[in-house]
Design a protein. Structure first.
Length: 141
């Protein structure tokens, strides 16, 4: 489920984006948006729920996977959502990406809907969760 750099950049412009770097190497990134982009809101009512922020563009360099980078950025994003007054978070991910669905399920997200993005050959799963009451202090392992 690769995407061109220009698409990644456009999506990262949809809200605050946090990046982790080690020396000059990009380790991980995450973007949050609130509200969800209009194109997504047209595909699922889950993206139109009041108070729901949207988790986007989570990526971790394969050399750094399993070291807590995504969880760290998730917690930074959750803290931002809490500051904005959000009460829940949604995301969408490729239906065939079972490993991502497993990660997001482990983070407390539940599958709510299935959508078809124009131009994609695969469907995407929409997942949501309540924003945790106590957002943990972000920490790297």
């Amino acid at each position: 489920m690769d995407q061109p750099e220009d698409v990644t950049l456009k999506r990262a412009e949809g809200g605050p984006t946090w990046v982790l770097q080690e020396n000059d190497a990009l380790v991980a990134c995450l973007t949050m948006s609130w509200p969800a982009e209009a194109a997504l809101a047209a595909l699922t009512p889950q993206a139109r729920v009041p108070g729901r922020a949207w988790l986007n563009q989570v990526a971790v360099d394969p050399a750094f996977r399993g070291k807590g980078a995504a969880s760290y950025l998730r917690d930074v994003g959750y803290a931002w959502c809490r500051e904005q007054g959000a009460t829940s978070i949604g995301l969408d991910t490729a239906e065939p990406a079972a490993h991502l669905r497993t990660i997001y399920s482990g983070w407390g997200f539940k599958e709510q809907d299935s959508i078809q993005w124009p131009g994609k050959r695969y469907r995407s799963v929409v997942m949501t969760r309540a924003l945790p009451e106590d957002v943990p202090e972000p920490r790297l392992r």
